[in-house]
Design a protein around this ligand. Structure first.
Ligand code: ZN
Length: 332
């Protein structure tokens, strides 16, 4: 296969696994990839060594010569200082990451330029370039999983904001003094529309004595068994507790999308993450309705595309590679 485009490596650094891919950043084609466990207990230095090995393996498998690679982009699950190449904090990976010079450490070992960016932001870039947001000038991406993250593309480019923290849509306030959010505050979108929120509603209803087929799966010998699979099964069986919990999450996701549309009036809102991957596009149908009810401008409102993400797990790595090429070649 001819490999003519601008090639770069995209890395998705997750709390449980590491993924690296050699990506043609003009077509989105992946030439070689590698995956391994993150092993967060090894700390920043240990996990970074594993990132190096994962990247080396992806290069080897791609058959691409190192000199053809423009650089490496890494999507990091938390706030970062892109200019300084520093991780600010990674709550899920432990305190050794506070202020860790990730870009510099990887550059020294890989002998390639390294760019770091927030994982959700690069996911947005991936979906914009090669996924559900293709062709949109302005786009918002929302990723609904354990948490709720987002990224903003304006004029075709990722907007990271004045201090690098734009796009934190999961922490937009939907209900003052509402339910607790993963960030420690209250009433944020994540507290109402994430998978964690769905689980919490289900537990609450069961604790209040509402009958549900999920009552028995909630805990076995202290271990939670309330997985997405069980929730989906109960939802499809018409279990009232599951249906209500999901309906509530869809309602709040709709409100959040309406907030984003009223602020930016984008052409597309792309929704991805674990919940969407499992439930599919059907999950979005009621969400579209709730969102449109709250659009301020109701003119031609169905032309604002509210669509499911297309790239699944690879959006982060693909977007990270694209972002690396953009930063390293045109300073975007
Ligand atoms: Zn929050």
């Amino acid at each position: 296969m001819a490999k003519k485009g601008k090639l770069a490596i995209g890395v998705d650094l997750g709390g449980t696994s590491l993924y690296a891919a050699v990506v043609d950043t003009e077509t989105g084609q992946i030439y070689g990839q590698a995956k391994r466990k993150a092993r967060a207990e090894l700390g920043a230095v240990g996990v970074t060594k594993r990132v190096v090995k994962t990247v080396e393996r992806a290069i080897l498998r791609s058959g691409v010569k190192r000199k053809r690679l423009i650089g490496v982009g890494v999507g990091v699950p938390g706030p970062i200082d892109a200019e300084g190449g520093l991780v600010i904090r990674l709550t899920n990976l432990g305190p050794t990451w506070d202020g860790f010079p990730l870009a510099q450490t990887l550059e020294r070992r890989l002998k390639l330029p390294v760019v770091i960016e927030n994982d959700v932001n690069v996911g947005a870039v991936g979906e914009h370039c090669f996924g559900a947001g293709r062709g949109a000038s302005d786009m918002v991406a929302l990723f609904v999983g354990t948490g709720l993250g987002g990224g903003v593309i304006l004029d075709g480019k990722l907007r990271t904001g004045f201090r690098g923290s734009a796009g934190e849509v999961g922490h937009m306030l939907l209900r003052a003094d509402g339910d607790p959010c993963g960030c420690g505050e209250h009433g944020h979108a994540e507290a109402y529309a994430s998978r964690t929120a769905i689980e919490r509603s289900i537990r609450k209803a069961i604790a209040a004595g509402e009958p549900s087929m999920l009552a028995e799966t909630i805990e076995v010998e202290g271990r939670p068994l309330l997985t997405s699979k069980y929730i989906q099964r109960a939802y499809e069986a018409g279990d009232a507790v599951a249906v209500n919990a999901i309906r509530s999450a869809q309602y709040y996701l709709g409100l959040l999308i309406a907030d984003c549309v009223n602020l930016l009036d984008p052409e597309a809102v792309v929704v991805g993450g674990g919940v969407l991957e499992r439930m599919g596009d059907a999950y979005l149908e009621p969400v579209r309705g709730y969102a449109r009810q709250h659009f301020l401008n109701k003119h031609a409102m169905e032309t604002v595309r509210i669509v499911a993400a297309e790239l699944g797990d690879s959006s982060g790595a693909v977007g990270a590679a694209v972002q690396a090429v953009r930063r390293l070649t045109d300073g975007a």
